[in-house]
Ligand binder design. Structure first.
Ligand SMILES: Nc1nc2c(c(=O)[nH]1)N[C@H]1C(S)=C(S)[C@@H](COP(=O)(O)OP(=O)(O)OC[C@H]3O[C@@H](n4cnc5c(=O)[nH]c(N)nc54)[C@H](O)[C@@H]3O)O[C@H]1N2
Ligand SMILES: Nc1nc2c(c(=O)[nH]1)N[C@H]1C(S)=C(S)[C@@H](COP(=O)(O)OP(=O)(O)OC[C@H]3O[C@@H](n4cnc5c(=O)[nH]c(N)nc54)[C@H](O)[C@@H]3O)O[C@H]1N2
Ligand code: SF4
Ligand SMILES: [Mo]
Length: 697
């Protein structure tokens, strides 16, 4: 038997851990964390090991599938790619360019083949009906970066390895491994932080990160904007802004502070459940710490006031002098730049969605509007859909309605290795070859990392002759669409050559040869201040008081306080789940079930539902049946359910996942619940009603 050990970065989550993979006679047998990766230092989670399951999965598609009524037939690549391009072009010829919609899911950003080869295809499709998982995720961050710093990816990263004090809201890196904060082995890093200084977690649930933190402050779902307003207000009462080192590069700070001061009579405890004196103490602690950083993530962004909250977080870091300062929040300076000349800075409102008139953000429309754009007749109606690495039926609000709407499309093509809840509606499924056969470089996650790092992943095996790499599929669709529309199509170089070009353009001095010579990756040092020199706003200053934020803030004053006795739904992630798509991996689904709705015991009593019973959960938009579990991790008024379940649907080819019980959170989702400035979906904080099945009738 021949045994070989090879290395690459994990393609599954933002932590980009280095992996050591053992192949026996060419077959992947074992995976460990790569202890020589200077960034991840041997860390691996159960999902990393589950790559073995993905490689062996008999349900994984390897050749194109074409629908034949209720059945599927396997077809060759040339035929499949030709048909994909031709049918998209045919719909556009008849109904206009916007009649083709696009949905891009989360894994796109995990594969160089997608990062580099999607943009030319999207340019060729010329549709304004572009949607992605960004609008159920980080849009508020992109919008606030754009408004304040002039570029969607001038993103200050919390310097968690060096800070003395971290206030963390709506994030659970111990389960999720950091997000817009690439930090492999986040748990170890945060434990070190808590030992060195203080880690305060603000979250409606005592999550896994709160369990290792110095302190947990339970907050009412979607109450963050009130907490952050009160916090900045208290800071401003305690100290003048510590902003001398920004010189004349600040614009509008006093305006912003005046707008915050206008909220001086708010009853913060009534609004968010955190007492005023606690807010005062946290303000003092933030100002007293030698270095401090506030970080807010998913739980903050996917709620009604996501953008306001992210704006206030930037202002708080700025006010305390910790923006663009070691130990605070600083943008990374990656060797393949995602900001600066030639990169899309971002935009808002260049066009609007047809039905609801929602503004475009950074070239896309809110995915919460996708259903109505498919089902509402008229010029510009979406009649064909291209999905790539996405499962919007389980991931976006109003998933059940989307499930139905997809069935009515004239044509749908999905680039995806699985026949799942979404792709079951496709006419063509184009499955990419394993990531292990592809070149990869983490263009985005190196840019979001808490250190300056770089790591190249080279193919560890050859793809099969009857398989295609992701980049080949995307290029192939573009070429056939161009043929069908009689346009020219210039294929890009192959991934290795393309990456070499990008590295050269980045002028870091690190070229492909240097990356190839460092199979475990390069550590280029800690984050360094660079924001002021990279601002892309028109006047080159930080815009502290963008009119869009000031308007949203004044609208907030009219919002009524939460009604007593209502239940608000929030989500959670588990280290053995990955959004909606890894429940087909046997090693991830074994053990106790993880789909339960967590309910405070008093709320169970009030609802007349027994611990462990199946009960009915209702929102204004849907009904699901859930298994409940009494838990004091959540306070009264908060119930908690993971997303990404709900696999029991006709025609899905996921033998393992089909046995995983649990309903889809997003079947309850309200497509009109948005963070208004960005259009991001307000997934968290949804009002729900719980009752026993018997009472529901
Ligand atoms: N209620 C609720 N909803 C949420 C969230 C939440 O916290 N709560 N989180 C939101 C967030 S943050 C996100 S990012 C979205 C995710 O939303 P999506 O990206 O739509 O969903 P995923 O579950 O990540 O689905 C990934 C899809 O990509 C496919 N795939 C996996 N690997 C590859 C590959 O290598 N190539 C290709 N072509 N396809 C691949 C999978 O089979 C699957 O179909 O969900 C959002 N939805
Ligand atoms: N194991 C695993 N890892 C993952 C993923 C996965 O599915 N599984 N998904 C990946 C993806 S796509 C992403 S975007 C990241 C997300 O990574 P994180 O941003 O860390 O997201 P979550 O782990 O969902 O944690 C969100 C927290 O927000 C809390 N929360 C909900 N509502 C509110 C609120 O109103 N206010 C406050 N303050 N908190 C609230 C929830 O209780 C939860 O603890 O994780 C990535 N990593
Ligand atoms: S933490 Fe993320 S990157 Fe690391 S092994 Fe797990 S899934 Fe892969
Ligand atoms: Mo995400």
């Amino acid at each position: 038997m021949s045994t070989e050990t090879r290395f690459r970065a994990c393609p599954l989550c933002e932590a980009i851990c280095g992996l050591e993979l053992r192949f026996d006679d060419g077959v992947l047998q074992a995976i460990r964390g790569d202890k020589d990766d200077p960034f991840s230092r041997g860390h691996i989670c159960p999902k990393g090991n589950a790559i073995i399951d993905l490689e062996r999965d008999p349900d994984r598609l390897r050749q194109p599938l074409r629908r034949r009524g209720r059945d599927w037939e396997t077809i060759g690549w040339d035929e499949a790619l030709a048909e994909a391009g031709e049918r998209l072009a045919a719909v556009q010829r008849e109904h206009g360019e916007d009649a083709v919609g696009v949905y891009l899911g989360n894994p796109n950003v995990h594969h160089f083949g997608h990062i580099a080869y999607l943009p030319p295809l999207l340019r060729a499709l010329r549709t304004r009906n572009r949607f992605s998982a960004s609008s159920v995720d980080q849009w508020p961050h992109q919008l606030v970066n754009l408004l304040m710093y002039g570029h969607q990816w001038l993103l200050p990263i919390p310097d968690i390895d060096r800070t003395d004090y971290c206030l963390m809201l709506g994030a659970n890196p111990v389960a999720s491994n950091g997000s817009l904060m690439t930090a492999p082995g986040a748990e170890k890093r945060l434990k070190a932080l808590a030992a060195r200084g203080r880690l305060v977690v603000v979250d409606p649930r005592r999550n896994e990160t709160a369990a290792i933190a110095s302190e947990h402050l339970p907050i009412r779902p979607a109450g963050d904007v009130w907490f952050l307003l009160a916090l900045l207000h208290e800071m401003a009462a305690l100290s003048p802004p510590r902003v001398a080192h920004y010189g004349d590069r600040l614009d509008g700070l006093e305006n912003a502070l005046d707008a915050v001061r206008a909220f001086d009579t708010i009853d913060v405890e009534a609004r968010c459940g955190i007492a005023a004196e606690t807010v005062r103490r946290i303000a003092a602690e933030l100002l007293a710490a030698p270095t401090a950083v506030v970080y807010g993530r998913m739980g903050v962004s996917t709620q009604r006031h996501g953008s306001l909250s992210q704006w206030l977080i930037q202002l708080i870091n700025l006010f305390s002098g910790n923006l663009d300062r070691p130990g605070g929040a600083l943008p990374n300076a990656p060797i393949v730049p995602v900001t600066g000349p030639g990169t899309p800075a971002g935009s808002r409102g260049r066009w609007h969605s047809r039905v609801r008139g929602l503004p475009e953000l950074c070239g896309e429309l809110p995915v919460a509007a996708l259903v109505e754009e498919i089902t509402t007749p008229g010029a510009g109606q979406i009649r064909a859909l291209f999905t790539c690495a996405g499962n919007p039926v389980l991931s976006t609000p109003n998933g059940r309605a989307l499930d139905a709407a997809l069935g009515g499309l004239d044509f749908m093509v999905s680039v995806d290795p699985y026949l799942n809840e979404t792709t079951r509606h496709a006419h063509l499924i184009l499955p990419p070859a394993s990531a292990l056969t592809q070149y990869h470089y983490d263009v985005y996650f190196n840019a979001f990392a808490v250190r300056r790092v770089a790591r190249l992943s080279v193919p560890l095996a050859e793809r099969g002759a009857d398989e295609r790499g992701d980049w080949e599929i995307l290029d192939g669709i573009g070429a056939s669409h161009a043929r069908a529309t009689e346009k020219s199509w210039t294929p890009q170089s192959e991934p290795r050559e393309l990456l070499a070009q990008w590295l050269k353009a980045g002028r870091s001095g690190i070229d492909l040869a240097a990356l190839e010579a460092a199979p475990h990756g390069l550590d280029l040092g800690p984050l360094e201040p660079s924001l002021l020199g990279r601002l892309q706003t028109e006047d080159g200053r930080i815009q502290c008081a963008p009119p869009l934020m000031l308007d949203a803030l004044s609208a907030l004053s009219a919002e009524p306080p939460a009604a007593a006795g209502e239940l608000r739904l929030i989500g959670r992630r588990h280290v053995r789940s990955n959004n909606s798509w890894m429940h087909n991996a046997p090693r991830l689904i074994k053990g106790k079930p993880r789909h339960h709705l967590l309910v405070h015991p008093d709320d169970l009593l009030a609802a007349g539902v027994d611990d462990g019973a199946r009960a009915r959960l209702r929102s204004a938009h849907g009904v699901i049946d859930v298994d409940v579990m009494a838990s004091d991790e959540v306070g009264r008024g908060t119930v908690c359910l993971p997303h990404g379940f709900g696999h029991q649907r006709d025609g899905v080819r996921l033998a393992q996942a089909a046995q995983v019980v649990g309903a889809s959170y997003n079947d309850l989702g309200d497509p009109s619940a948005l963070d208004a400035p960005s259009g991001n979906a307000a997934l968290n904080g949804l009002a729900v009603h719980l009752e026993s099945i018997a009472a529901a009738g």
